[in-house]
Ligand binder design. Sequence first.
Ligand SMILES: [Zn+2]
Length: 174
Amino acid sequence: MNAQPAPLKCRLCTVRLSHDNPRDDFTRAICGDCRQHPAARRLGPVSASGGSIGAPRGFTTAEKALIRKVYGYMAPLQLLALLNERLQADLGDAANLYTLDQLHAEIQGLPAGVVNTGDWSALRKYLAKARRAGLLEQVNVQVIDDFAVVFALSTAQQLRLKDIALGARETSHD
Ligand SMILES: [Zn+2]
């Protein structure tokens, strides 16, 4: 019990996992919020031996071609799930999976890319930060409605914001 392993990070959004959050899945190295994301559903346990989430192999030429073709219109986590499915088909379930950072780096390297892949990852970091600061607890429907008026959000944006912010709040309280 005196071992102090390096803090485990969510393999999808790289937010640090916390034992304070009962939804964080340490076995699979997925945070409570990403667990609900379709991309997390197929992810198996992190290999118990050694417990290291080492870097997976680099993207193959075929995978790079795939990324180049679809990154403009496919959600990053969906693309990541697709790549990891291929990876697991190739190497088996024990393979170290590709991470969002890795995908991000690959896309950054593409010429003239309109890079948008950081969104989910960045958002997750903001939410985690807000949660730690106790700010998230103060966000309620009224706050979001007021915000929506002040910043002239569309109904869709307003609903999405509620979905994300209130959803994250429930996660932290559950
Ligand atoms: Zn996550």
